[in-house]
Design a binder for this molecule. Structure first.
Ligand SMILES: Nc1nc2c(ncn2[C@@H]2O[C@H](COP(=O)(O)OP(=O)(O)OP(=O)(O)O)[C@@H](O)[C@H]2O)c(=O)[nH]1
Ligand SMILES: [Mg+2]
Length: 651
């Protein structure tokens, strides 16, 4: 019989206990001889030095549990919002998820983001309420909040004994000999057959109930809730059974079709180089097989899998399973390798970085090494969007927040031996034309070159993005040259006259001229940014600032002050919802004025209020509220220098 498989993610807000639970699952199944602890830096999945030092997870760490004929690939994810991009990349390849909550902190802002992510990909989940030993633990209200916040039906597997103390215990209310009426009633609501039996006063046997529950969990109609305390290895065995019994298995048949998979993570090994951690959705891959990647056919050099704490080489892996692949030197997370199959879930992009910073090596001599290190790190995390302006010796990255900066500094130090600073973290603004106008470029010197273009530039409504069209004849500018203009537009709009990406803009090519002898396609690549920048200078531009959707929860007595804060920060909100002495306030808020608000709110409310934010949109703001930055690289407005550099780049 072939092995059955599951890819299961442990997801939660920071510090809920994901790594501790993963460690317990490995120990319980005898994959480790000793139970590691986050606080001692001895867990299997917090393996980076910075994770051990700080006791927080930074990367999604994958390991497997093998039980007889069943294998569970576990992904222990980072919980801090700054590492949301890493989390999103892993969520994509899961069959099921365990969402962990703390019995004290309950549904947190980040839990909501996680919930939205698994919901959008229709991933079946169960909940594990951890830390029931801690003072203030209140699992009943956590379950109530889950049902209310997410509009779902929960099915509790446990009742609690001595909640909130070291010897807290759990009693199973979902087993062969004991099922609460309330649970059966909830389950019956998802199944007509069960409902008729229930109404007739019959209780089907537990095997049938389990099958029905499994079906309801797979269809996300009901969500089991388990309780425990990783600190005391409590509830871990029930969690393992629940994962096996109720979360879906991966499609695992080997149909003989050619292999296809998604790279969900990239890491670097000192000897083996880039490793592409991949889940296969079709076929089988063996070492020395050839696979299509970015249009090239490449050979698989080596395959790695991790079971427990042990990383091992394997000869092959099949549909449904995960392995690290060596031999794809350009792999980045999100890549599809081989066949693109209909089963592959879409990529998630719920969080994008809203800050940019310049990296500087503390020692001048380390600059090239720092550039190479950041280039390597940005293959692991493409959200860094690393920009290396070689001539200006400038290194720019995009970031999610301050913790990420600190972690990057540690990684640069520990892994690459480089001391670096990240200077002037700035909000990422955008810009849009302030009026309509025209941009003209006559690029015909120094010969040989010939590209004459005139663009009409117009502002577009918020959220329109970039619209481009050409209304000139191919007799004026040959189609192949017009295609070069079109292809160059995104590059030309990367930086406007205020130094930010230009959006909500319509560009129309209204006049142009090529030359039968002197024109080359490259001339139009060089000319387009000059014409557009000239046009933007004519129209002038308006700053666009990021606006967040926020949701604040807290105790009712804090509402007045918090509403005042929001107004002061140029925000707006709708009528608050109030229930049982707690409020929920929703609205919109500029990021610029609220960067430090989550920290301020937590300290001011003594942890009794919390804020959850998501990027809503970019919106025009006053000139004095934006931050202009100088052009990175050589501006197309600095014609002579720009032409020289652009020509060199095209050679
Ligand atoms: N009291 C108590 N503490 C716990 C329990 N489980 C974990 N902890 C502690 O909570 C802290 C966070 O645990 P982790 O396992 O690192 O949590 P995490 O969710 O992996 O955290 P990040 O990966 O950084 O988001 C550590 O100090 C653990 O020792 C528990 O059941 N009870
Ligand atoms: Mg962790």
């Amino acid at each position: 019989m072939s092995q059955s498989l599951q890819n299961i993610g442990l997801l939660a807000h920071v510090d809920a206990g994901k790594t501790s639970i993963t460690e317990n699952l490995l120990f319980l199944t005898q994959h480790t001889k000793q139970l590691g602890a986050v606080d001692k830096g001895t867990t299997v999945t917090d393996s980076m030095q910075v994770e051990k030092d700080r006791g927080i997870s930074v990367q999604a760490a994958q390991t497997s549990i093998v039980l007889n004929n069943h294998k569970i690939n576990l992904v222990d994810t980072p919980g801090h919002v700054d590492f949301s991009a890493e989390l999103e990349r892993s969520i994509r390849i899961l069959d099921g998820a365990v969402i962990i909550l703390s019995a004290v902190e309950g549904v947190q802002a980040h839990t909501i983001s996680i919930w939205n992510a698994v919901k959008s990909l229709h991933i079946p989940c169960l909940f594990f309420i951890n830390k029931i030993d801690r003072a203030g633990a209140d699992t009943e209200s956590v379950i109530h909040n889950l049902e209310k916040e997410f509009g779902i039906q929960c099915l509790p597997f446990h009742e609690l004994e001595h909640e909130g103390v070291d010897n807290a215990g759990i009693l199973s209310i979902w087993n062969k000999s004991n099922q609460s009426d309330e649970n059966i009633e909830k389950l019956a609501d998802t199944d007509d057959e069960l409902l008729s039996a229930f109404l007739e006063g019959k209780t089907p046997n537990f095997n049938i109930l389990q099958e029905k529950l499994k079906n309801a969990v797979h269809h996300r109609q009901i969500f089991p809730v388990l309780c425990g305390a990783a600190k005391y290895s409590l509830g871990i065995d029930d969690l393992l059974s629940a994962i096996q019994n109720y979360l879906p298995k991966a499609k695992h048949e080997n149909t003989g079709k050619s292999a296809g998979g998604i790279v969900f993570k990239v890491s670097h090994h000192p000897q083996h180089g880039r490793i592409a951690h991949t889940r296969l959705y079709q076929g089988k891959l063996s070492i020395r097989d050839k696979i299509l990647h970015h249009g090239n056919t490449l050979k698989i050099n080596q395959l790695f899998q991790k079971v427990g704490a042990i990383k091992q080489t394997v000869n092959d892996f099949s549909c449904g399973d995960i392995a690290g692949i060596c031999g794809l030197p350009d792999a980045i997370p999100g890549d599809i390798i081989g066949e693109n199959t209909p089963d592959m879930p879409d990529a998630l992009t719920m969080h994008s970085p809203l800050l940019t910073a310049q990296a500087k090596a503390k020692a001048e001599k380390d600059y090239p090494a720092l550039a190479n290190a950041l280039a390597e790190l940005s293959t692991e995390d493409p959200a860094l969007d690393f920009e290396w302006l070689k001539d200006e010796q400038e290194l720019h990255i995009k970031i999610m927040g301050w913790i990420q900066i600190q972690i990057l500094q540690s990684v640069l130090q520990n892994r690459f031996g480089i001391s670096a600073n990240f200077e002037n973290p700035t909000l990422i603004y955008k810009e849009t034309p302030a009026s309509s106008g025209e941009g003209f470029v006559r690029y015909w010197m120094p010969k040989p070159c010939w590209a004459i273009l005139k663009f009409k530039i117009e502002p577009m409504p918020q959220g329109s993005g970039v619209v481009y069209e050409s209304v000139i004849s191919v007799d004026d500018v040959h189609l192949k040259y017009q295609n070069e203009v079109k292809k160059t537009i995104p590059q030309a709009l990367k930086q406007g006259i205020k130094g930010w990406e230009v959006t909500d803009i319509k560009i129309t090519l209204i006049e142009g001229e090529d030359h039968p002898v002197h024109s080359r396609p490259g001339d139009f690549i060089v000319a387009t940014p000059m014409g557009i920048m000239e046009g933007l200078q004519q129209t002038d531009t308006t700053f666009l600032e990021p606006i967040l959707d926020f949701r604040i929860t807290g105790e009712e007595n804090l509402l007045g002050n918090i509403a005042g804060d929001i107004t002061q920060m140029r925000g707006g909100f709708s009528a608050p919802e109030i229930e049982n002495g707690k409020f929920i306030l929703k609205g919109k808020l500029p990021l610029a004025s609220s960067l430090d608000y989550p920290v301020k709110l937590a300290s001011r409310s003594g942890g009794k209020a919390s804020i959850h934010t998501n990027l809503s949109h970019y919106q025009a703001c006053d000139e004095n509220l934006g931050v202009k930055r100088s052009y990175r690289g050589i501006s197309p407005l600095d014609t002579a220098k720009y032409i020289l550099k652009a020509r060199k780049a095209l050679q």
